[in-house]
Design a protein around this ligand. Sequence first.
Ligand code: FES
Length: 144
Amino acid sequence: MNREEFIKVCGLSCAGLITTSLFLQGCAGTKYLNADINGNFMEIPLSAFLKEDGTGSRDYLVVENSKLSYPIAVYRHDSETYTALLMRCTHQGTELRVFGDRLECPAHGSEFTNNGSVQNGPADNELRTFPVLIESEILKIDLR
Ligand code: FES
């Protein structure tokens, strides 16, 4: 192997390691929660946002329920401000993946911010958001 081939192989290996690391980092930080639905509301105890190691609160959760076709990403902006986003791509309906403060579509690459705005197409429309309210330490997502 000559010098040029060696540098090429090392470069590709590094790119692969970085890509794998970023992917695993995105998956490892995501907490999934099977949440109850009572009437029109999906209910999440605010304590679900606390990190298990006691170092504060998570920035987001992914909540699911068998009655829903898609999960909902719930972002915690501060102790009183939350955004609930349906994880359905507005381009052709593929389920999105969460990577920290953005959501990505594995089908054609659309990206959305943590308030549902389109960051990169081909999707043209924002994600569906749900109204949220807090009652007795329970975050209620209005599914109507
Ligand atoms: S279905 Fe999501 S970008 Fe096409």
